[in-house]
Design a protein around this ligand. Sequence first.
Ligand code: BT5
Length: 268
Amino acid sequence: MPIPELSEPSIQPLLQTSWLGRSYIFLPEVGSTNDYLREQKLLPHGTVIATDYQSAGRGRLDRRWEAPPATALLFSILLRPDWPAERAIWLTMIAGVAVAAAVEEVATITVGLKWPNDLVVDIDGEWHKVCGVLLDTSIDANGRLETTVLGVGLNVNIPAESLPQTSFPATSLLAATGWPVSRPPLLAACLRQVEQQYDAAERGRSPWALWNERLMMLGQPVAISRPGEEAPLLGIAEATEEDGALLVLDANGRLHRVVAGDVSLRLR
Ligand code: BT5
């Protein structure tokens, strides 16, 4: 029987990292890679788990993340940054910037970011979601990050007809470009890019500028649904602040600072 594409013996020779993914676990199937790492308290910083199928893949707010078997990159990274809790957003930014750069290395496609954590690609003038990022954190009594799990779900070779039906349209690299992408080198590129961005953050460099540069909705009319708020906020997405907050200008000229929510673009 051939060894699975994402198994440790396939991935290790491709790794170009010094610490990320050197502890690596492949499970053919798991509930959720984020949940698996959250439960494994003793694994070292930089452990990566990848799977071919999640039976309980999660998005934010306990939403489902769906992908048919062996068509996506579904992986999570265990990180123990000695950072204040407010800096957790840096990890989400790092994942977005790093995975976008990795995708652009291996596929002929330009990737944008949709605030706060989605990778999107333009297909005939309409943005489609190709990847989502999920950060789980635990914080110690001193307000510092303890254990964090950074999960990435990237739609690689999902055929167009098998894409999940979602309110914000989904796509895969295959559906968007017409070309399948080999998952092992793409995973290795993602890990190299994440390590590079993480090491820079450890040296004090915020990923905010790189993240902000890729945000595709700045200057555009948006509708934002916010947790706990019935009516969506309508306005122009003006800018972001270094802590990741989105500034939205409404029709009355009032500037709103949004820290959590889902953005959709609307027509002018
Ligand atoms: C996210 O949440 O986009 C974060 C997704 C993170 C998934 C990874 S996979 C590895 C790791 N282990 C996990 O259990 N999770 C992480 P959010 O922004 O809340 O988006 C969720 C919404 O995206 C869902 O409600 C659907 O509408 C849509 N969706 C579900 N599956 C999708 C897919 N494959 N492609 C695009 N959109 C999808």
